[in-house]
Structures are given as C-alpha cells and as structure tokens.
Ligand binder design. Structure first.
Ligand SMILES: [Mn+2]
Length: 323
C-alpha cells in the first residue's frame, strides 16, 4: 500500500533489555544490535552512529551484516566523543576544530562505504552554558564555514543538520528551525539540509508541521526523526502517544511535500521490548498515513484553506478520531 522505508535508533536495541538495569551500562556489539533490530517486522534500513558503532567493525562488515537480514544502510548519525565536551567545530583551539572536522569526514566516508546517502550532524557539544562563555559571532562563522566545507567536499552525499535547543548543553548554536535554516542558507550548498526531530521541536515549543513546511519550501527537508514527548526533555516516546493531532498534521504535510526519505524512529524504549516498540511505531505511522489518505489530501487541503478551528475539531476529532 505504501513505499515508506523505516529505520530506528540502533542504541535502543540492547540484546537483553533487562541487563540495562542489572549491570548499569552493558556494552553490546553493533552486530548484536543489528541482530535484535532485524527481528522487527517492517524495518528496512539501519542508520548507525559514527564513531560509536564502528569501534569493532569496518563499515563494510556492518553493511554486509545488515544485508544478511535484507536491511540497507540509509546513512549515519555523526556524533562527537567526550574529548569534544568543550566544543567541536566552534572550539577556540584550531587543532580541536580540525580534529572535529576529521571526525565528520571519517563518518561521512563510513557512510559512503556502506552505501548510505545521508550523513546527519547532531552537534553534541557546540553550544554554551553560561553568559560570557561564547563569542557568538565568531563561533557562528566557524560553524557555517565548517558545514559549507563538509558539504562541498562531499557532493555525492546529503549532509543534514539536526537541531536541538538544549541537552546536554544549555544552549546550542543550531537550536531551532530558524537558526538551522539560517546556517544552511548562509552555507549555500545544495546538498546541505535539515533533519527534523519531533521531540526536539516540541522542546523548542515549535509546531512541528510549520517547521517542516519552512524547510520543505526551501528544498531543505532531508530527514525525519519521529518520536514524541512532553516538551521539556528529549523523551523519545512512541510516535503519536502524546501529541497525536500534531503528529497527524506533521505527516499530512510530509505527504503534501512528498517527502520520500527514510522514516527514522528516534525513540528510547527503556522499559519496553524494543522490537515490539519499533513494530508499533511502524504500524502507527502506517495507520496515520492511511487515515490521511482515507480522508483525502484534497479534503484536508480544503479544510486548511478555511482556517476554521471549529471545523478542524469537528472533522478530525469528532468525526475522525472519536467516531
Ligand atoms: Mn534525533
């Protein structure tokens, strides 16, 4: 019925979930995680994090292991290890910034070697916690220069920025749809775009569908991290479990802008079976997508055009969800 493709956060797949509590912080190999995730019905892709998932295996070994289950690689999540806690691309020391750039480049190379197409940068530490801790103008220029350089030197890859307002830093430089679009437009590279994380948008009190439209209108919608939350923290809850109507609106606009990238579930099933949790996310996504199709894209466009909150409530809530 649809051609959606799905991936999920590999870190959510410890081999035996109970051990998380028994042992505190067990380590599972990347293969263990892929073995477990592959059990979920409907999953089509993996998207490992660099460097965490590459300590024991080469990109080719990871690609081949996933292929054994019929899973392709959609891309990589680019992360920074603890030596960068003081900042990565914005660090005052040029050697540190060069190391950070090398880390990004190595991650993008790993992505390419696995057949992935999208490298998603989440700035783990490029932010600030205190007044007078950051030279905003200078650090912003570092960021934009680095993003432009990374994008230009990898024209065959999509480089996507995932923004987050805070956690673990109190502020990130790339912290909302506005700052992210500004950085992407200033860097001015066709292959540089944006990944929208639903819970991050809620933390920033954005309305997710509006952020989606702002990125999509400029051809910058490169990726999705779907999940849910209460808006204070990065809760990583099941899709649609808290903000169902906003999720419906988000998926409606996703279809309207004909997004066809992988649907990545960035959730944290700490007390749930991660295989069942992923299957449920896929089923909920498919159901919402079908629900929108049943109402009809044109009918929904007509509803939106009327700007009538009462009609929305009547049609979507009374006649739709609560019928
Ligand atoms: Mn995310």
């Amino acid at each position: 019925m649809n051609n959606w493709t799905y991936a999920a956060r590999l870190e959510s797949f410890p081999d035996v979930p109970e051990k998380v509590f028994e042992k505190g912080n067990p380590s599972y190999t990347t293969f263990d995680k892929i073995d477990r995730m592959a059990q979920a019905k409907g999953v089509t892709h993996i998207e490992p994090n660099y460097p965490y998932h590459f300590y024991e295996n080469t990109p080719e070994e990871i690609r081949d292991h996933a292929k054994g289950y019929g899973l392709d690689v959609s891309g990589v999540g680019l992360r920074f290890v603890e030596e960068f806690t003081g900042g990565e691309l914005t660090h005052h020391c040029s050697q540190k910034r060069e190391m950070a750039m090398r880390n990004l480049q190595d991650g993008i190379d790993a992505c390419r070697r696995m057949g992935g197409t999208t490298a998603t940068i989440w700035s783990t530490y490029d932010g600030f916690d205190y007044p007078f801790q950051a030279d905003y103008g200078r650090m912003w220029k570092y960021l934009v220069q680095c993003y432009a350089e990374v994008a230009r030197s990898n024209p065959d890859m999509k480089i996507s920025l995932e923004y987050k307002p805070y956690e673990p830093r109190q502020f990130y430089f790339i912290n909302d749809i506005g700052t992210t679009l500004l950085a992407v437009l200033e860097a001015d590279c066709d292959n540089l775009g944006i990944t929208l994380d639903f819970a991050h948008m809620l933390m920033k009190k954005e309305n997710p569908a509006y952020s989606l439209a702002l990125a999509a209108e400029r051809g910058k919608l490169f990726g999705f991290h779907l999940n849910d939350g209460y808006g204070s923290h990065d809760d990583g809850l099941l899709l649609g479990s808290v903000s169902l109507l906003q999720t419906l609106e988000f998926i409606y606009y996703m279809k309207r802008y004909e997004y066809n990238g992988v649907i990545f579930f960035d959730t944290f099933p700490l007390r749930e079976d991660p295989v069942k949790e992923l299957e449920l996310n896929i089923r909920v996504f498919n159901r919402i997508s079908d629900w929108i199709d049943n109402i009809g894209m044109e009918r929904l466009a007509d509803l939106v055009a009327q700007q009538d909150a009462l009609k929305v409530q009547e049609m979507l809530v009374l006649e739709g969800l609560l019928k």
